[in-house]
Design a protein. Structure first.
Length: 209
């Protein structure tokens, strides 16, 4: 197969070698299923509305952002081991205050806070979260974790709802100490959440663990 390069300014460009390369700043959107039996290299952004199946080992570079309902690596990902690797950026550090929990504040997937007293943070509006997390279609979702590094039992973080956001589950992130909330022992130290777009101006924040 002749190598095809997808360039933002030139479109499809024939090049030496083989395979398909999507250059930086040239987003690739797949509305259905994308199957590769060789290599796929993405230097920009790849959005997949359905699923991605790699029939051979995935050796291409996913240097941009990959969003999909399902990403399936049939015979492993780049590097050792059968499971795909992820690049974890440095955790977001939340302020010891009541500032709004914005998309930027959770964008790295892990956020940490060390409160010196009980704190409450409202989420940004659903519209702002949808846009900031690039949730472009209903049911698109983003998972993130909040770690409460305080070691005193009363220094809990409570998440409240911004405009358009519905909360499902316990929204108290207990400190790294044994605490009881409403007669029940609360998972301490950290919590996992999933924010899901339910409409252009609405979303649902689930407590997963």
């Amino acid at each position: 197969m002749v190598k095809v390069v997808i360039d933002q300014t030139k479109g499809l460009v024939q090049s030496a070698g083989d395979g398909v390369v999507v250059e930086a700043n040239s987003p690739l959107t797949v509305a259905s299923t994308l199957t590769t039996q060789g290599g796929l290299q993405v230097q920009g952004q790849m959005g997949i509305a359905s699923s991605y199946s790699a029939a051979a080992t995935t050796t291409g570079t996913l240097a941009g952002q990959v969003t999909a309902n399902h990403i399936i690596f049939a015979s492993g990902s780049a590097g050792a081991g059968p499971n795909p690797k992820v690049h974890q950026q440095a955790p977001n550090v939340l302020g010891n205050d009541t500032a709004v929990l914005t998309a930027a504040a959770i964008a790295h997937g892990v956020a940490v806070i060390t409160p010196t007293a009980a704190r409450s943070k409202a989420t940004a509006t659903a519209t702002a979260l949808n846009n900031g997390l690039a949730l472009n279609a209903n049911l698109d979702a983003f998972d993130f974790n909040i770690l409460n590094l305080a070691t005193s039992g009363e220094r809990m973080l409570t998440i409240t709802a911004g405009t358009g956001v519905t909360l499902v589950g316990q929204m108290v992130v207990a400190p790294n100490a044994a605490v009881i909330v409403s007669g029940s022992r609360v998972t301490t130290g950290g919590s996992t959440f999933r924010y899901q777009r339910s409409g252009a101006t609405t979303g649902i924040l689930y407590r997963l663990s």
